[in-house]
Structure formats: C-alpha cells, structure tokens
Design a protein around this ligand. Structure first.
Ligand code: GDP
Length: 431
C-alpha cells in the first residue's frame, strides 16, 4: 500500500484537509495517536485505490524554529513516502518557509503535489494562480472546510502514487489446499479418508487430459480444492532420484495452494525432512496447518516425547494450529476444515492503519528498540502493506535487530491473532 505524506506549515489547514479526505467516519479516529505524537497514519481510499496517508504535522523534536520543523517534516516525507502533498494557505500565498520546504522536496525524486487550501470561494481562485511560482506545477485549489476541489486533488494523488500490488482478487471457487509431507506419512490415506468419509464430491479437475491434477473434496459443507494430488491418488513407485522429485512436487503443490496441511508422522521422531517441508510453506508465505498423523499408534510415552520434539523442532511456527489425526481410523479428521478456515482467515486479515499504530506506539513507548552504535533507532509508524501473507512495513530511523523484529511480531500476534498464518515484517529505514 503506497504512502502519501502530507506536509505544510502549521495553520495552513492540513488536518482539516486530511479529515476531509478521510471522510467523516475516519475523522473520528483523529485522536488515535501515531507512533510519535506528531505523526499520524491513516488508511485512505479513492476510486478503489487504497493508500496510507501520513499527517506529518507538529514539531520535530530537536528542530529549531518554524523553518526547521517544516524542513524536518519534508525530510521525513521524502524518505518514507511514495508521494508528497504540500499544503499551502492560498489566502497567505507562498511564504519563505514554503519555499524552503520546496527546496528540500525538490531534492527527492518523489512526486510532489501542491494543494492550495482555504479556497473557500470563487474569488480566491486568482490567489491560487500565484502559487505556480513555487515551481511544483499546477496548484490544486481546495477547501478543507467545505470539501471543494478535494475530488480533483485525490485524482491527482492517485495518479502520482505507484500502483499497489493487486490483492483481494483471489480466483473464485474453492480455496486451494496442499497436502504435503515426507513419503509414507499417510498423505494418500488421508486424502482418501477425507474424500470417502465426508462422502461428497470426489472429483478430479483436469490439468492435462492424461493426468488429472487436483481433487475437489467436500469438507464440513464446503468444497475445497486439494492441489496437485495426482501422485497421491495413484501411487507412483519410488525410484532413484525420487526424493528430489518428491521435493519438487511438494514445492509445486505449496506454490499452487493458499494453505498447506503439513502431515507429520506422530509415531516417529520429527525429522529434518519434516522441518524442511514446514519451512517451504513459511517461505512461500502460505497459511499452515500441522497435522500429526498415525495418532492411533501414539501411546503416553510417545506423546510426551513428541511434545519435546515439537518444542525443540517447530520453533519457527508457534502460531500454527496442530491437529492430531489418524487417516486409518478417521480420528479428528473432521477438525481439519475448521482449522483450515482459521488459517485462511488469518492469511486474509488486515489490521487498519490507525489501530495498528495505536497499538504500536504504546508498545514502542514501553519497549523501545535497542540502541545500536550509540544511536536510538525510532519507529515512526507502520502500515499493513498487504495480505496473503499479511505483511507489515515498519518505517524506522535506524536498523532494527532481528530479535526486536521478532519481539514486535510476537506482540503483534498476541494483540491481533493471525493464528495459522505467517506474518512478514519489513523495515524501511530512512538513510
Ligand atoms: P504417503 O506416501 O504420504 O501418501 O503415505 P500413504 O498414505 O501411502 O501411507 C503410508 C503407510 O502408512 C501406509 O502403509 C498406510 O496404511 C499407513 N498409514 C497412513 N495413515 C495411517 C494412520 O493414521 N495410522 C496408521 N497406523 N497407519 C497409517
């Protein structure tokens, strides 16, 4: 999701304009604090395009004078935003401070739009023309108070912002599941059980005419597409190089899926190969369900042993739900569908920017990032840039150590859930 920074001197009507752009409903959350008191980030939407709007108003600590404060805003905007909206007061005209800001903004490669605010009536349009002198191209006359001109301004904003990655347009039809795991964990058995037990559609979807690729299975009243199951329905004899092909096949299935069930053999020690499959799912950014199969073979002693193996081995995915099943007896296979739904809901989940930053500001105030090289990195704000998988972007003034990023992820999950889905955290550092 692209970021628009709004900069301008105090009293030019920045906040009024920001509220106007957000619309009345969003304006209510105006008092949700940003990560630092003087920067507030919001989700905005226009013509079906979403972007994050950052109000850089307020004084930069350490900056001296009006000029310094506004220059600091501009500098912040340049390093974190994809486009900048400079708001000036048309009734006052371009001041020396405005000109200083423009000089800073010019040095960036970012597109800069000029809003001439407080053009509340027709007579003031003439004042707007004078603002061409700032050299930012056409001034957009607006009235934050009355809303006049904000549509045209937003059209220009959208045109200046980079296209956000398309999302939320999942191919229609059943959700896509990969059933993966090392050889002999019981994938074929489970697929057959699921198809048979639930009694419904056991159909195949033609990939090539020779080899049907996917299976449609009804679970819990819903149709699911199990991808790349050809090899599971018809057992292929293992030959040399089989492991390589099995791993390739696993990769293909995961890539084609939205969620993966990683099947593990509960009757045997967790192996490197098991952990590799789990990592493949996480690295591909797919939702994950861990299913421990052959539970009919598990006694008390094995159960305790397995718990230890899980603590040691599955440290990367404490957020994944675990289901103990038996493809042989059918134990708990009914639990798979709800677990898949939970994981997919997390994979699809988006935290609104205001809520995210309200939470983050408190977290960071309580536990600031560790000092590095004598400097205290600051986290300015965050936005959830995408879903599938959920991806956060943190804007910071310095490098954030991996340990601190993990801390943030842990707390983020405590607050917002995301059970069953990997969460990516990217950090954009301003130079
Ligand atoms: P795949 O290679 O992962 O497809 O594994 P298969 O489905 O071919 O199963 C491998 C072996 O494990 C077969 O002999 C199955 O009968 C057996 N098996 C599968 N699931 C279970 C289970 O839940 N319990 C027990 N005891 N055996 C199972």
């Amino acid at each position: 999701q692209p970021v628009l920074a709004v900069v301008g001197r105090p009293n030019v009507g920045k906040s009024t304009l920001v509220n106007r752009i957000l619309g009345r409903r969003e304006a209510v959350v105006q008092d949700v604090p940003g990560v630092t008191r003087d920067r507030v980030a919001y989700d905005a939407q226009w013509s079906g395009r979403r972007f994050t709007m950052v109000d850089t108003g307020g004084w930069e600590p350490g900056a001296t004078g009006l000029q310094g404060a506004v220059a600091a805003q501009a500098e912040f905007a340049m390093t974190t935003a994809d486009a900048v909206l400079l708001v000036v007061d048309a009734t006052v005209g371009a001041t020396a401070t405005d000109e200083a800001v423009v000089r800073v903004l010019r040095r960036s490669k970012r597109p800069v739009l000029l809003a001439a605010n407080k053009v509340d009536d027709q007579r003031l349009l003439a004042d707007t023309a004078a603002l061409w002198s700032l050299g930012l191209g056409e001034p957009h006359p607006v009235s934050g108070l009355h809303g006049r001109g904000s549509g045209d301004l937003l059209d220009a904003v959208i045109a200046a912002l980079p296209e956000a990655p398309r999302e939320g347009e999942r191919a229609v039809g059943p959700r896509r599941v990969a059933l993966v795991g090392k050889p002999n964990v019981g994938k074929s058995s489970l697929l057959n059980k699921l198809a048979g037990e639930e009694r419904a559609v056991v159909d195949s979807v033609a990939g090539t005419t020779v080899d049907p690729v996917d299976s449609l299975v009804e679970l819990d009243g819903e149709l699911w597409r199990f991808v790349d199951t050809a090899g599971l329905r018809r057992k292929v004899q293992t030959a040399s190089g089989a492991e390589y092909y099995a791993s390739l096949r696993t990769k293909t299935a995961i890539d084609a899926a939205e969620v993966a069930i990683v099947l593990l053999d509960a009757s045997e020690p967790l192996s490197e190969q098991d952990l590799r499959v789990v990592s493949m799912v996480v690295d591909a950014g797919r939702a994950l369900v861990l299913a421990f199969n052959k539970w009919d073979l598990v006694d008390d002693e094995r159960r305790h042993q397995l718990a230890k193996e899980i603590d040691r081995g599955l440290v990367r995915v404490p957020w994944a739900e675990r289901v103990n099943v038996s493809a042989l007896t059918g134990r708990a296979v009914r639990k798979l569908a709800p677990t898949l739904r939970t994981a997919l809901a997390s994979w699809d989940q988006r935290v609104p920017t205001g809520q995210l930053n309200g939470w983050l500001s408190e977290l960071i105030a309580a536990t600031p990032p560790p000092v590095r090289g004598g400097k205290q990195p600051k986290v300015l704000f965050a936005t959830q840039a995408g879903i599938r998988p959920p991806t956060l972007v943190l804007f910071a003034t310095g490098f954030l150590e991996a340990g601190y990023r993990r801390f943030i992820e842990r707390r983020f999950r405590e607050r917002f859930g995301f059970t069953g889905s990997p969460v990516r955290i990217n950090v954009r550092v301003r130079e």
